[in-house]
Design a protein around this ligand. Structure first.
Ligand SMILES: [Zn+2]
Length: 424
């Protein structure tokens, strides 16, 4: 998940025409008739005339859209626009003071360039916002991963497509065809103050609910606070239960931030990530579902997170096993065992050596069996040998014989005997 990208032309992707992607395509955001309740931009004149401009933010997954300061601040910028067509030099300290810079970032695409550095320079010269446009790509998509040059930047950076760029240029009095030709030939001045003004607003000051180990952030214009409070409460109880259950191996309490978005479009806008949820360096960004997860499901999911954060990942059978075990314990259920016994009675239960290899959740035939059997087997191991031994096994992954001094075969027989006893 943690990929390091530097922003060259490689990370500027064109046309995400992936039909199965979860979330709108970029066209949706650039379309003139789309309105977003959480963001708006326009060009305007003092007279009062104005036109909406559509844009998509430049996002860095670890800090999210530039300018919202980790979801603590709304973007609210307006002022004169300066058109920038050439790479600027570092020896002009205040050349863009209080200006919104409209920057063509790929006029010299044949040169090897580092856009992050250029953005950083524009920022240092006093710009209050940066609008990026491309003369090559219809719809630039710019996503930046962990770049030290940009860590300190607290001004908004957005990109517009060709159509919206042309709207700005037309307002400034340019003939479009001529403009693109002159730009290509390098005939335009490197920097020019335009006659029109620009205004940009992005909701960035998110509501937050903070508890000692969990912070939840969301836009309270879009998600009701009561539903979030309910989620926080359930998640907190689930965390508390897990610490109690796994007290013998004392998992370290790890703080977590979850940012909820009201729907796929909102999540995509703020994270540049298509899909329902993603985790980045332990923080989670997720589309909010109206149905509140139940306590036992929260226990299940958090068990995954806690084991992962404390001791790293593991094979499917142990990972799901411990989550199913905790889930069952949280509601005093013996379902894992009774379902496994049903499989045994019907002669359907796979041998343990095959069970441990199932990719639970992906195996179309044995997923259900895998869930119950893994939960039952982990309960047997913990009930018989304790959590410390289980943790040793977790760390060694397949070290059954090393940890328990028994072959998988022997453990299987013991497990079945234990099952017969517990079901009485
Ligand atoms: Zn699971």
């Amino acid at each position: 998940m943690k990929t390091k990208f530097y922003l060259t032309c490689l990370t500027i992707l064109l046309g995400f025409g992936c039909a199965k992607a979860q979330g709108p395509t970029l066209d949706y955001f650039f379309n003139k008739s789309t309105t977003l309740p959480w963001a708006k931009a326009s060009i305007y004149f003092k007279s009062g005339s104005q036109q909406e401009i559509k844009f998509f933010p430049v996002n860095a997954p670890d800090i999210c859209p530039f300018g919202v300061c980790n979801y603590t601040k709304d973007v609210n910028v307006e002022g004169k626009v300066t058109l920038l067509t050439e790479l600027i030099t570092e020896d002009q300290p205040n050349s863009f003071e209080n200006q919104i810079v409209l920057y063509c970032f790929d006029r010299n695409a044949e040169e090897k360039r580092w856009l992050a550095k250029e953005i950083s320079q524009i920022y240092k010269q006093g710009a209050t916002a940066i609008i990026l446009f491309s003369h090559k790509n219809e719809e630039p998509f710019i996503k930046i991963f962990e770049d030290n040059d940009l860590n300190q930047i607290n001004i908004p950076i957005v990109a517009t497509d060709k159509t919206n760029t042309e709207s700005i240029l037309q307002a400034a009095g340019y003939e479009i065809e001529e403009f693109w030709q002159n730009l290509k030939k390098g005939k335009l001045p490197s920097s020019k103050a335009l006659i029109c003004n620009f205004r940009l607003w992005i909701k960035g000051d998110f509501e937050r609910i903070e508890t000692p180990n969990l912070t939840v952030r969301y836009n309270n214009d879009l998600i009701k606070s009561e539903s979030i409070r309910e989620i926080v409460e359930t998640n907190n109880r689930a965390q508390g239960f897990i610490y109690q259950l796994f007290e013998p191996i004392a998992p370290e309490r790890k703080a977590q931030t979850v940012t909820y978005f009201s729907d796929y479009d909102e999540k995509l806008f703020y994270t540049s990530h298509w899909g329902k949820g993603f985790a980045y360096q332990g923080d989670v960004f997720s589309v909010f579902e109206q149905s509140i997860p139940t306590f036992e499901l929260a226990v299940h999911e958090f068990t995954h997170t806690f084991f992962y954060k404390n001791w790293g990942g593991n094979m499917s059978f142990l990972s799901e096993g411990v989550a199913m075990y905790a889930e069952a314990m949280s509601i005093g259920s013996s379902k894992n065992n009774s379902k496994t016994i049903d499989y045994i009675k019907k002669g359907e239960l796979l041998p343990l050596k095959d069970l441990v290899e199932i990719e639970i959740g992906e195996d179309s035939k044995y997923t259900q069996m895998g869930y119950y059997a893994s939960g039952s087997f982990v309960e047997f191991l913990i009930d018989t040998y304790g959590q410390k031994k289980f943790l040793e096994l977790w760390n060694l992954v397949r070290g059954w014989s090393k940890v328990y001094n028994k072959s998988l075969n022997e453990l299987e027989k013991e497990w079945h005997r234990w099952l017969a006893k517990t079901s009485n």
